[in-house]
Design a protein around this ligand. Structure first.
Ligand SMILES: [Ca+2]
Length: 597
């Protein structure tokens, strides 16, 4: 079917060939680009199982991006309107669509069943960026950082000791938090992939149930649109919105903030400023409705910039290199070749970010940057206390992924090693949970949505893959997963880390790599919590590998996860090595075969 239409910018008539498909997943429309050359903003129309979806698509130097998608609230009405408009050659008023996005999307969401007798809780969710599981005083073996507020959440609430993310990367993890789905389901598999317009974010269900909802901080999904401010537009599910493009900046920059669709200058240090916005909203919110507030800090993402008052706090502290900085003697060949090669790369200790960077100093600056987050939590808890809401409000703290500081010779995240996939997670609600509770079960980012929906007195929808952790936090003994699926999809921009699938169990972790000629990994986390002794070739472990491999594929196959995402090349590629550092890894002897005479 070929349809002609004009674009809103009035730059001329475009001819597009639309392939309207009855597809289970959203399919991007193919435009016949030979028909025009100037296009910058275009209309996008998809046909998904739930109805017509439209939005704007913008082209920048990194490719095509979909902005402010909107799902129809009435399939037949919108479809008729759309087709009539198209056939009449009428201009499509894109801006008005984007302004309507929130209400249209909200009304497309089904109301969830209320849990009998449940009290809808106020919910405060504090999410941080790249905060690893042990960078808190009650978990740190280094004696710093000092985090009284995070410690308090664990002491007076619940500490999820084995909390993980299903993908250790900003956007995929955040999409999993919002949807309760694995990355292969929501398809936000990297920091560039757009958000599918048919995805429902759990705050939409909260809105439907009468909550006031607010999002304040880093969104960072659907790609950074360089030179544009659109990457931070208000998203469905939120009544109040404060965000910034992409990663944001610790200090004021020209991109500023997006406050409910308006550009507002950033005035100060980002962690403090987001806290002020959050406190202001809490003070002004309507008191007759329950609230959901997500404070999503930019901190502690690289490059770390502490608040002025915290600079140098830990400069004289000691940083010992982690024990796995180098492979244990005799175990070199059991470290996959890609790990040994990554050591001398953008994400390795030999050439970190292609700079000369002292990893110990870097870690100290990370800890200093975290201090403002801790103060932010204190301010938020004090507000709740003053209002008499601290006992009844469910406060959740979590990191979106971990961060390596030299473990396995690596820095940053993406890998399935503990430092990368394990995150801090605490829950505080004295009316619900006993102080000082520790949960040992393996929980994850996909459990956040079902948990917070339960706290709101709602039954989580069945399509979500996570489960509510609230029964565990209450100390109930329930059947729980014995292994968690982990996945990471190779990014051309950072080609050091291969596509990775793993099963993280209570005792063993099995890691499988895809698309490279290398070895897999198996660790006994009880005997070897640092993952220093790869048991993949160790006699007696074949059955464990076979079982975890089977579990992995059972989950993938039952959740439509057997296909690999592939996206257009875009952005810079960080692929350099230093010529004077670690040489390319030797081929592992386990894979060598001697010639037969
Ligand atoms: Ca992150």
């Amino acid at each position: 079917m070929a349809l002609g239409f004009r674009d809103q910018a009035g730059e001329g008539e475009q001819l597009a060939t639309l392939f309207l498909r009855q597809a289970r997943e959203v399919r991007a429309i193919r435009f016949d680009r030979s028909q025009y050359s100037y296009a910058r903003t275009q209309v996008v129309i998809w046909n998904v199982h739930a109805g017509i979806v439209w939005g704007r698509q913008m082209r920048d130097r990194t490719g095509w991006r979909i902005l402010a998608p909107t799902m129809s609230d009435s399939h037949s009405d919108r479809r008729s309107f759309l087709l009539c408009s198209l056939s009449a050659g009428l201009p499509l008023h894109l801006l008005s669509w984007s302004a309507r996005a929130g209400s249209a999307a909200a009304s497309a969401v089904n109301a969830l069943t209320a849990r009998p007798g449940a009290q809808p809780r106020n919910i405060l969710f504090v999410l941080t960026d790249d905060h690893r599981y042990d960078a808190m005083s009650f978990m740190s073996k280094r004696g710093y950082p000092h985090t009284p507020a995070l410690d308090r959440l664990a002491r007076d609430g619940v500490h999820f000791k084995n909390a993980f993310v299903t993908t250790a990367l900003c956007s995929p993890s955040r999409a999993s938090i919002l949807t309760g789905l694995y990355a292969h389901q929501h398809r936000v598999v990297d920091n560039n992939h757009p958000i599918r317009p048919d995805l429902v974010f759990f705050p939409q269900y909260l809105q439907r149930a009468g909550y006031q909802t607010a999002f304040i901080g880093k969104w960072h999904m659907g790609g950074d649109v360089k030179g544009e401010t659109e990457g931070d537009s208000p998203q469905r599910g939120f009544d109040h919105w404060v965000s910034f493009p992409g990663q944001g900046t610790y200090l004021p920059s020209k991109s500023g903030l997006n406050v409910n669709g308006l550009r507002v200058p950033q005035k100060g240090y980002i962690t403090d400023e987001l806290t002020d916005y959050a406190l202001r909203w809490l003070e002004q919110r309507p008191a007759d409705k329950p609230f959901y507030l997500c404070v999503s800090h930019k901190a502690v993402h690289a490059d770390f910039i502490p608040a002025e008052r915290h600079k140098g706090r830990y400069s004289h502290e000691r940083f010992d290199k982690p024990a796995t900085w180098n492979p244990a003697p005799g175990k070199e060949s059991l470290r996959p070749m890609w790990v040994r090669n990554q050591r001398n790369s953008w994400h390795g200790v030999d050439f970190p970010y292609h700079r000369t960077l002292e990893i110990g100093d870097y870690y100290k600056r990370y800890c200093e940057t975290l201090l403002a987050v801790d103060e932010s939590i204190t301010a938020l808890l004090e507000h709740l206390q003053r209002r008499g809401l601290l006992e009844s409000t469910l406060v959740l703290y979590m990191g979106d992924n971990g961060f390596a500081f030299g473990e396995h010779g690596l820095i940053d995240k993406r890998t399935a090693y503990e430092e990368s996939m394990r995150v801090p997670m605490m829950m505080h609600c004295p009316e619900l949970f006993k102080a000082g509770t520790t949960v040992n079960e393996v929980v994850a980012n996909i459990d956040v949505a079902p948990s917070l929906l339960e706290a709101a007195g709602l039954q989580a929808p069945t399509h979500m893959q996570g489960r509510s952790v609230l029964p565990l936090a209450r100390g109930e003994r329930i059947a729980w997963r014995d292994s968690l699926l982990y996945e990471y999809y190779w990014e051309r921009n950072f080609p050091q880390t291969p596509t990775t699938h793993a099963m993280r169990g209570d005792r063993y972790k099995y890691i499988r790599y895809h698309g490279i000629w290398d070895i897999d990994e198996l660790y006994d986390l009880q005997a070897d919590p640092l993952e220093a002794n790869n048991l993949i070739f160790a006699p007696g472990h074949e059955g464990i590998v076979e079982k975890m491999n089977r579990q992995l594929f059972d989950i993938l196959e039952s959740t439509d996860g057997s296909t690999m995402p592939l996206s257009r090349d875009a952005g810079e590629v960080q692929r350099l090595r230093r010529s004077d550092r670690a040489k390319a890894a030797e081929f592992p002897p386990e894979l060598l075969k001697k010639p037969t005479p």
